[in-house]
Design a protein around this ligand. Structure first.
Ligand SMILES: C[S@@+](CC[C@H](N)C(=O)[O-])C[C@H]1O[C@@H](n2cnc3c(N)ncnc32)[C@H](O)[C@@H]1O
Length: 231
């Protein structure tokens, strides 16, 4: 996707699927993906792994396994065993409403697996590290090229540019997303992770992790697993 809002695409989904899969209940189980995106997100992988899966997103593909509507406006779902949300919660209009809705969509003790982008940690050093690794063949002008060009055109300090962009797009920070989840879920796992590598040339997940470990860049991905707290 090219809306300057972060990494998506098959490489990202392929690299994060093992984490998602490892934290789902055993099959048979029902899973809803909130914000599966126009490519269908994890729904095909979920189905191949034996789950009954539905993807809910206004931009979802056509098909019986997709609902093209905002998750909080989607009715008539039987409680499911698990919910997955991959870089979608920072986009929703009303975070608490969506988290409440996820809670009411789950069976008691149901599981939640979230991947998020901590855009608030995308500092200037991290941005410059990325901009130096944008593929020369980035002909379709991906989200990182977009940020580089918009920032240079703005003549603003990176921090002001980033905050202005996030405000304009009404993005929730990852820390606000995690805080909203903590109201309803018991946290089982919360860890930073690599996020940028799928959009960088000749840069693996291990390369990004090494740069993070060396303190050169910030980890801008977040992995979260929670279970629905009993009322
Ligand atoms: C960055 S994309 C992520 C797509 C996909 N999960 C992936 O990782 O490739 C964010 C998606 O969240 C969706 N979205 C935003 N608000 C939503 C809502 N209230 N309910 C469902 N999806 C929503 C957008 O339409 C968009 O497809």
């Amino acid at each position: 996707m090219n809306d300057a809002a972060g990494a998506t695409g098959r490489d990202w989904l392929t690299s994060t699927w093992p984490f998602v899969h490892a934290h789902l209940p055993s099959v048979p189980a029902q899973v809803i993906e909130v914000g599966c995106g126009s490519s269908g997100g994890f729904v095909p992988a979920l189905q191949s792994a034996g789950y009954q899966a539905i993807g809910v997103d206004p931009e979802a593909p056509e098909g019986p396994e997709y609902r093209r509507i905002e998750f909080e406006r989607h009715d008539g779902v039987e409680p499911v065993d698990a919910v997955v949300a991959c870089t979608s919660l920072h986009h929703v209009a009303d975070l608490d409403e969506v988290v409440d809705r996820i809670s009411s969509t789950l069976v008691p003790g149901g599981g939640l697996v979230v991947l998020e982008w901590a855009w608030e940690r995308f500092d200037e050093a991290t941005a410059r590290w990325c901009f130096a690794r944008i593929a020369a063949t980035d002909v379709d002008h991906g989200w990182l090229s977009h940020h580089r060009d918009e920032w240079l055109a703005s003549s603003a300090p990176w921090g002001s540019y980033l905050q202005g962009w996030a405000r304009e797009h009404r993005l929730h920070s990852a820390s606000d997303v995690i805080a909203a989840l903590a109201n309803r879920f018991d946290t089982q796992l919360l860890t930073p992770c690599a996020y940028l590598f799928p959009d960088l040339e000749d840069t693996s997940e291990a390369d990004e992790q090494a740069a993070t470990d060396a303190g050169v860049i910030q980890a801008t991905g977040v992995r979260y697993v929670g279970s629905l707290r009993s009322a």
